[in-house]
Every structure is written in structure tokens, then in C-alpha cells.
Design a protein around this ligand. Structure first.
Ligand SMILES: Cc1cc2nc3c(=O)[nH]c(=O)nc-3n(C[C@H](O)[C@H](O)[C@H](O)COP(=O)(O)OP(=O)(O)OC[C@H]3O[C@@H](n4cnc5c(N)ncnc54)[C@H](O)[C@@H]3O)c2cc1C
Length: 418
């Protein structure tokens, strides 16, 4: 039997549909937002484009089949994510962050919770938003560190009337302000349901439906990339939700958080491929077209040709690593987490290096906003840092896997249990 990376006809069809949508609709995000000066204006200007994505079924396409969506697995997701992100990171991340916000519900919610909170996200209309409210001002790499560390500081306390009362502040959470500052349609809030218990018993995830009474929209951050995506700071003050909105019970939070951020690690690797691809395609075209006042197109210079060759090799390697990680997640391989972490760390850091190298190939023209490489780099700079920074979170996770006495280094390619 052969190892086979061949995409099926269904995969190819899905990829083509995603590519068509990206070029027809997502390509509008830049022109619709670049001239707007505030992050909130830019974010609001993406709403009609996000609505098109929902109306054309792309939210359903990224929600898994068992939950009622149409996504057959992570390999499908990777194909969509590459095509979308290559063209636009902003609405694409809004869409993917909805999937992330719904992940605790989909993976650990009860059938009743699914019935109550999930249905609106399957409707092909409107602009429904979900958010995974994990990160907080002051840091989140040590969210589960035991005392004297603070870890997650948002608290939820049961009052006498059967309601959770939530207080705290969240920063960096995609979609958390909603379209009008009253919060998204559904927010999975990571909080502390005990101030004394160890993290395994104290951290919890509670569903907060919007509009949220007690939510203050403090600010929308002006990022160096993802310029039309919403990254706010919000404050939750005495936000009340029913006792039944806790997912998996008090203390289930740590497992829900770590489980939710493993598939996303593989996806960040895919985002990295997408941005490398966008940079490579622009640079290849430039190198074939431009002589820079010389006698031949610059690709005829060996230095340029070799630099393009190195960029393509790196991109190919990262893509197959990501596909391998996605396949491992789909087949529940024991090495899936390790592969997803490699995809995230290696993919994100390779992308930043490769895009910078390609800027050197284009030369001084790459330093102008008139061509796309600067924006591509600014978007890609997020990848080593978001979804768990590579230093503070992702390498630590990989270190923990390698340090396990039962760790089997061959599990990643043999697929065996360690
Ligand atoms: C576009 C975008 C979208 C985002 N979407 C979301 C979202 O939807 N939901 C959400 O919750 N968050 C979101 N975030 C936030 C983000 O994913 C996390 O907050 C972030 O990855 C954690 O950052 P950090 O690892 O730098 O942690 P920090 O706690 O800020 O740590 C900062 C640095 O300190 C050092 N450090 C800290 N602790 C350690 C340690 N124990 N060991 C070694 N070094 C350490 C590391 O150098 C680390 O980089 C988003 C961010 C961006 C940019």
C-alpha cells in the first residue's frame, strides 16, 4: 500500500468552491476597509461580506457533521482555510473564530445545551457570531498555573437563585464585542468557579448568550495586521446566566481549553501556508515580469531563482506537515497533538521567515503599501504569537509531550500509541 496525499474529487471540488468564493467575495474586504481609520469602522464594514459567507453556506461548511454542519474533518477545513486565508485574513478569522467559540459546546456540551444554543449557527442567514473568551489582560500563557500564580482571573459565583454571576475582563478575543458592542450571539467564557481549588477543579467554561447585560465594550485594538478583524477588550460586570449554562460541570475548563486549542494549532499552520502562498505567487510573478532596468527578468539571476526555490520548498514542507496533522486529528492518531504543535510552531515561524525572504527578492518595491507583501507579513506576524504563543505556550506543550516517560518518538510517523 502506498502513502497517498492525493486529494479526492470531493476535496478538489470543495477547494475550488472555496477558492471561487474567496476571489469573488473575500477579495472585497481590502477595498471595503483599508481607507477606514478606526478598527471598529473597518470591522463593521466587513459585516456584509461575512453575511455573504454565511448565506453561501460557509459557516455550515466549517461546522462538523456530527453537530449538524457539513465539515467532514480537519483535512476539509484545511482546504477551505488555505483558500480563504490566502485572500483575506479578516472575515476568514471571524468565521473560524465562530467555530472556535462553538467548540466547547460541540465537544463537551449536553444535548440540551446544543438544542438551546447551537441552532442559530446552522441558519444560512444573518451574521451570527460566537467567541471563545479565554485570553485576559495581563497574560494568559499561565492560565492554569497553580497558586501563587493568578492564572485565569475572571470569576463565576453561584448565587442563591441558581444563576452564575460572572465578573472579569477579557482581551484579544475575536468577535467578543459583537457587531454592536453588546457581545456575540454566544460566548464561551473561561472562568474560575472556585478561588481556592487547584486549576483542575477551579477552571470552568460557561456559555453566555448575547446580547449580554453587564458587558462593557472597552476598546477595539488597532492591530498591526488583521486590520479589519475585531479584537476588543471587554469587561463583564455581574453578568448573570442560568446555572445550566456551565459546560461539563465545574472544573472541566482546563480539559476543554486544552482540547479546543489542539485542532487550532494545525489550522494556524495552514494559515501560515496560505500567507506564504500569497507572497510566493506575487513574488514569482514580479520576478518573471520585472527587469528592474536590467537586461533580463530578475528570475534569470541565480540568486533570485534560488531564493524562490527555497521559499517553495519551505511552503511545500509546511503544507504536508499540516495535512498530516489534520489527518492525524481526523483519524484520532495518538500523535495528533504532537503533529498539530509542530505544524503551528514550525509553520508560523517558517512563514515569517519566508515572507521576509520574498520581500528581499522583490526588493525596495516590497516596502510600499502599494504592493501586498507588507500587509501579508503584518498578518503573518500574528501566527507565532496567537493561538498560544510559540514560546509561552506551544513549545511548553511540546516539551511536556517529549518529557513524558512513555513518549514514543516514532508515533508521529508510525501512528502507534506511545
Ligand atoms: C488576531 C488574534 C486573534 C485572537 N483570538 C483569540 C480568541 O478568539 N480567543 C482568545 O481567548 N484569545 C485570542 N487571541 C489571543 C491569543 O491567542 C493569546 O492571548 C495568546 O496566544 C497568548 O499569548 P502569549 O502566549 O504571548 O501569552 P502571554 O501570557 O501574554 O505571555 C507573553 C510572553 O511571556 C513569556 N511567557 C509567559 N509565560 C511563560 C512560561 N510559563 N514559560 C515561558 N515563557 C513564558 C513568553 O515569551 C510569552 O510570549 C487572539 C490574538 C490575536 C492576535
Amino acid at each position: 500500500m502506498a502513502i497517498d496525499f492525493t486529494l479526492t474529487p470531493e476535496h478538489l471540488q470543495l477547494r475550488q468552491s472555496a477558492r471561487d468564493f474567496a476571489h469573488k467575495v473575500l477579495a472585497e474586504v481590502g477595498p471595503a476597509t483599508r481607507h477606514l481609520s478606526s478598527p471598529e469602522e473597518r470591522w463593521k464594514a466587513t459585516r456584509p461580506i461575512y453575511e455573504r459567507a454565511v448565506a453561501e453556506g460557509w459557516l455550515r461548511q466549517v461546522l462538523p457533521v456530527p453537530a449538524g454542519g457539513e465539515c467532514q474533518g480537519m483535512v476539509d477545513f484545511a482546504l477551505i482555510a488555505e483558500e480563504f486565508t490566502a485572500v483575506d485574513v479578516n472575515v476568514s478569522l471571524t468565521l473560524f473564530a465562530v467555530m472556535l467559540g462553538l467548540t466547547p459546546l460541540m465537544t463537551a456540551g449536553s444535548p440540551e445545551q446544543m438544542r438551546e444554543h447551537f441552532g442559530r449557527f446552522l441558519e444560512p442567514s444573518g451574521a451570527p457570531l460566537a467567541a471563545f473568551a479565554f485570553s485576559e489582560p495581563g497574560g494568559s500563557a499561565n492560565y492554569d498555573a497553580p497558586p501563587p500564580a493568578e492564572g485565569i482571573r475572571t470569576t463565576a459565583v453561584l448565587d442563591g437563585g441558581g444563576e452564575w454571576v460572572i465578573n472579569g475582563s477579557k482581551k484579544w478575543v475575536s468577535n467578543a464585542g459583537g457587531w454592536d458592542g453588546t457581545g456575540p450571539d454566544l460566548m464561551a467564557v473561561v472562568c474560575r468557579t472556585s478561588t481556592e481549588a487547584p486549576p483542575d477543579e477551579a477552571l470552568s467554561v460557561i456559555l453566555v448568550p448575547g446580547p449580554v447585560e453587564g458587558l462593557t465594550f472597552d476598546t477595539s485594538h488597532d492591530l498591526i495586521g488583521h486590520r479589519a478583524h475585531q479584537i476588543p477588550t471587554i469587561t463583564l460586570r455581574d453578568v448573570r446566566v442560568p446555572q445550566g449554562n456551565i459546560i461539563g460541570g465545574p472544573g472541566a475548563g482546563r480539559q476543554i481549553v486544552s482540547g479546543s486549542f489542539i485542532p487550532t494549532a494545525a489550522l494556524v499552520g495552514v494559515f501560515a501556508v496560505a500567507k506564504m502562498r500569497a507572497a510566493f505567487e506575487f513574488t514569482l510573478d514580479f520576478a518573471k515580469r520585472e527587469r528592474r532596468a536590467g537586461a533580463v527578468p530578475i528570475i534569470d539571476h541565480q540568486a533570485v531563482g534560488y531564493a524562490l526555490a527555497d521559499a517553495k520548498s519551505a511552503m511545500e514542507a509546511v503544507r504536508y506537515l499540516c495535512w498530516k496533522a489534520c489527518h492525524a486529528l481526523d483519524t484520532q492518531s495518538p500523535a495528533a497533538a504532537e503533529l498539530a504543535l509542530h505544524a503551528k510552531i514550525f509553520g508560523s515561524e517558517t512563514a515569517v521567515r519566508v515572507i521576509t525572504d520574498l520581500m528581499r527578492v522583490v526588493g525596495i518595491e516590497s516596502y510600499s503599501q502599494e504592493n501586498p507583501l507588507a500587509e501579508i507579513l503584518q498578518d503573518a506576524l500574528a501566527y507565532p504569537m496567537f493561538d498560544g504563543g510559540n514560546l509561552g505556550v506551544r513549545r511548553r506543550q511540546l516539551h511536556a509531550i517529549l518529557s513524558d516517560p512513555a513518549y514514543d518518538p516514532s508515533a508521529t510517523y508510525l501512528g502507534t500509541a506511545s
